[in-house]
Ligand binder design. Structure first.
Ligand code: CDP
Length: 796
């Protein structure tokens, strides 16, 4: 007779548990970096460059030092005396902490003032006199490689021009053969505009060096506290065990809080020099102008097609604008960061990709904004290309995709660029989406509407994303292998605390990790507390980005729970006075196989671990697991949008959007839905309204929320979510795949495809994002493509 607990009642798998962290957030009781005040704390402000490219002739700080309340003025020259004027980046490049020789982008950090309060520090920054000699400016890859282009990184001896890397992957000869055999070649060129993750909370840090103990504590907005600890130890040459990084509540990260920023380094040095806590909180313009930009890639591709619709091969070339320093975090072996996940969902015999990265006079770019490195660009290009190819063939969009999908029985599948995808039911997801949007009926309506001059369109996008870096064989950051960890302590009363090497920024780890422990041990989720972000207490981990938490840290939580269960089984055998082999497990309880009524709960085992353990057993019920995933997890999604475009104004409205996401087993369905809705909202914003661009002088257009638009509930359309397709991940302990980024990755192409579909018959193949009304109007009116970065055509 089973007495197993009900997963839903204890808050285990399948239960839509409300986010426990929201209780403090919605009451205004969150504890963010800026909420922290330490005794004797000073404040730091940064002086930024007004010019995009200029030689620094001199910096006069004397007036700033004279202002009462100023304790320290830091310049690049002073940093250089401590070997800290430059720092290594996660991509093996170097980045200026404070400029010495030149400024290389507008907004670059030139000097810092530390004062009694932020207002004095700001005034003192304005009193610093910098004499600049302006230099010619580069704002796109074409200018970067032009003859006679100024060399932006003349600080690097080995750097002849502005090219960072020139790289290729795939089967060139096989792809050439595919193109020779093609009945038709379809071509497309795109620009994925520069955008910004723009978390509501900006970046900041409070460094607190205690000379008496030699301990450095830094409270900061980082998605990867252990990596920061390692970086501080290596760059500042401080002993790692004397560094404590605490990442308290984070108000959104989206990749923006992965890199190391000059502000962090300067606040640490200032605290060491002054022996007082130093707080630096970035303002919104500082965040928007200088930190972790994303995308900014020019994509050029062609597809070899057989007349019946079979794709024979694909060629892609990308030109990525990385800004002045190549500083985005990416696994060292993937120089353009997983761009070659393109076409992973399609069965394509041959593909070849060339990629070039260049420097420009823009802030460092290429950060993985809610995606795994360049996957967003890869999926966007893939699905825009699929639409163009189907149109060129005169084939139905859905049929063309379905006939080229990897089939369910073909997993694990080797993609054209060498990844091994794990599992999926691609055609089924598409069918669910088509039914939900009522595909055939919409096509009829569209044809009818067209006769009356109304422009309706339907866009399909699919995506599969490699989520959950490691494994450690293939992935590392600066040589540190990518895996993750969990530490679980079960107290004697059966309550528990779990800590991981991940760091939530709003994704709800406090809720979901507890659910995994509940599922594995039967301890109610409300009896489990989750802690992350403190390097003195959490086990070493690589942090949270690229939707890696569930695939890696979440798996570690399951594995450590199983270690605890194994010890609890020994305790149960001892309490039940039977051998371990005679003990069976059901959720929350061990029982005697031959007498199921005789059992002990996990809580009774926990008490025994501290009060009645068998002879020779180590007391306590706690353990740590490090999880090195055997492979990435590969979720899949289909997004379908219908739109109506007003031919008079170019304004387009979403009629309906359906999302079919298969992320394997859903740990917390409610959180998964929230993640998808958030991602679709960002996708809509990118397609419809968001851009940060630069004029010919390198001035950043979009460094405030008047110019860089964040979508609110008012303009965001509704989304219909479907969860009926579940393909458990074959190698994850509970079958889960990542979800956090999928909709932001796959969503943009669905919106753009829908608008282009509405314009079918006009000859328009492409409008680059964002699809602002004037750009759509221009395409309709002049029957031409609209390409490049708006609104200032600096790429002409
Ligand atoms: O790494 P990050 O937390 O950003 O992304 P994720 O691993 O995709 O997880 C985002 C949130 O969704 C977490 O709270 C997960 O535990 C939850 N999730 C889930 O409930 N079921 C899944 N199959 C995947 C994620």
């Amino acid at each position: 007779m089973s007495q197993a607990l009900d997963e839903i009642k204890i808050g285990g798998l399948g239960a839509s548990r409300k986010r426990v962290e929201d209780s403090r957030f919605i009451r205004g009781k969150g504890n963010y970096t800026d909420d922290i005040t330490l005794p004797g704390m000073l404040h730091m402000e940064i002086l930024r460059s007004p010019l995009a490219h200029a030689r620094i002739k001199s910096i006069d700080t004397s007036k700033a030092w004279d202002i009462p309340g100023v304790h320290l003025v830091l310049t690049g020259e002073m940093m250089a005396t401590r070997n800290l004027a430059w720092m290594p980046t996660l991509s093996y490049d170097t980045q200026a902490v404070l400029a010495t020789d030149k400024v290389r982008f507008q907004g670059q950090e030139v000097a810092c003032v530390i004062a009694d309060d932020p207002y004095i520090a700001k005034d003192a920054c304005e009193a610093i006199d910098v004499d600049y000699e302006p230099l010619p400016v580069i704002v796109n890859p074409r200018q970067a490689v032009a003859d006679g282009a100024p060399v932006i990184r003349d600080d690097k001896e080995s750097q002849a021009g502005n090219v960072i890397y020139d790289w290729e992957v795939g089967d060139k000869a096989g792809t050439d053969r595919a193109f020779e055999q093609a009945d038709l070649v379809s071509k497309l060129q795109l620009h994925y505009p520069r955008s910004h993750p723009s978390p509501i909370e900006c970046c900041g840090s409070i460094a607190d060096f205690n000379r008496a103990t030699s301990k450095l504590t830094v409270y900061m907005t980082t998605q990867a506290p252990h990596i920061i600890r390692a970086a501080v130890a290596l760059v500042a040459e401080l002993p790692e065990h004397m560094i404590r990084i605490i990442s308290p509540d984070i108000g959104g990260g989206f990749g923006n809080k992965v890199p190391v920023y000059p502000g962090y380094v300067c606040s640490i040095l200032a605290s060491i020099l002054l022996e007082r806590p130093v707080k630096w909180i970035e303002d919104k313009s500082g965040n928007l102008i200088s930190t972790g930009f994303a995308r900014d890639v020019y994509l050029d591709g062609e597809m070899a097609l057989r007349r019946d619709g079979k794709i024979l091969g694909v060629r892609i070339h990308t030109d990525a604008d990385h800004g002045a320093f190549f500083s985005d975090a990416q696994p060292s072996k993937f120089k353009i960061g997983l761009m070659h996940s393109a076409f992973a969902a399609y069965d394509i015999p041959a593909a070849h990709l060339t990629a070039r990265g260049t420097y420009s006079n823009k802030a460092p770019g290429g950060v993985a904004y809610r995606c795994s490195f360049r996957v967003t660009e890869a999926m966007f290009f893939q699905e825009r290309m699929m639409q163009a190819a189907a149109d060129d063939l005169g084939m139905d969009q859905a049929t063309f995709r379905r006939m080229n999908f990897v089939r369910d029985e073909d997993f694990p599948h080797r993609t054209p660029f060498g990844f091994l995808t794990d599992s999926g039911q691609y055609a089924k997801c598409l069918d669910v989406g088509l039914k939900a949007i009522d595909y055939e009926e919409f096509r009829r309506e569209q044809a009818e509407a067209r006769k009356r001059g109304r422009l309706l369109g339907l866009g399909i996008s699919t995506m599969t994303e490699p989520l959950g870096a490691g494994n450690s064989r293939e992935y590392d950051i600066l040589g540190i292998k990518m895996f993750d960890s969990a530490d679980l302590k079960v107290h004697m009363t059966g309550k528990a605390i779990v800590r991981t090497g991940a760091k939530t920024q709003g994704q709800g780890h406090e809720t979901t990790w507890a659910k995994i422990v509940s599922h594995e041990l039967g301890i109610p989720a409300d009896d489990i507390v989750v802690e992350e972000g403190d390097t003195d207490t959490a086990p070493f981990g690589m942090g949270t980005y690229a939707s890696r938490s569930t695939p890696v840290a979440g798996a570690a939580v399951a594995m450590v729970s199983r270690k605890i269960r194994a010890k609890a089984r020994k305790l149960a055998a001892h309490l039940l006075e039977v051998s371990e082999e005679d003990v069976e497990w059901e959720l929350g309880r061990f029982y005697v196989r031959s007498a199921p009524d005789r059992g002990v709960t996990i809580q009774e085992c926990a008490m025994a671990a501290y009060s009645n353990m068998p002879d020779g057993m180590e007391p306590g019920l706690e353990n740590t697991a490090y999880y090195d995933p055997p492979n990435l997890t590969w979720p899949f999604a289909v997004y379908i949008v219908t739109v109506e475009v007003d031919p008079e104004t170019g304004v387009w409205d979403v009629l309906k959007m359906v999302a079919v996401d298969d992320c394997g087993v859903r740990i917390n369905p409610m959180i998964v839905e929230g993640q998808i809705m958030g991602g679709l909202t960002e996708a809509y914003a990118m397609a419809n309204m968001q851009f940060i661009t630069f004029d010919a002088d390198g001035n950043c257009v979009g460094s405030n929320y008047m110019d860089y638009l964040l979508p609110s509930a008012w303009e965001t359309p509704g989304f219909e979510l479907h969860s009926e397709v579940v393909t458990p991940c074959p190698h994850h302990p509970i079958g889960a795949k990542g979800i956090g980024e999928c909709a932001a990755v796959g969503g943009p192409a669905a919106f753009v495809n829908a608008v282009i579909d509405a314009l079918s018959g006009t000859g328009v193949r492409n409008i680059d994002m964002p699809l602002l009304p004037d750009r759509v109007w221009e395409a309709i009116t002049y029957r031409r493509d609209v390409s490049g970065a708006p609104p200032v055509r600096s790429d002409d």
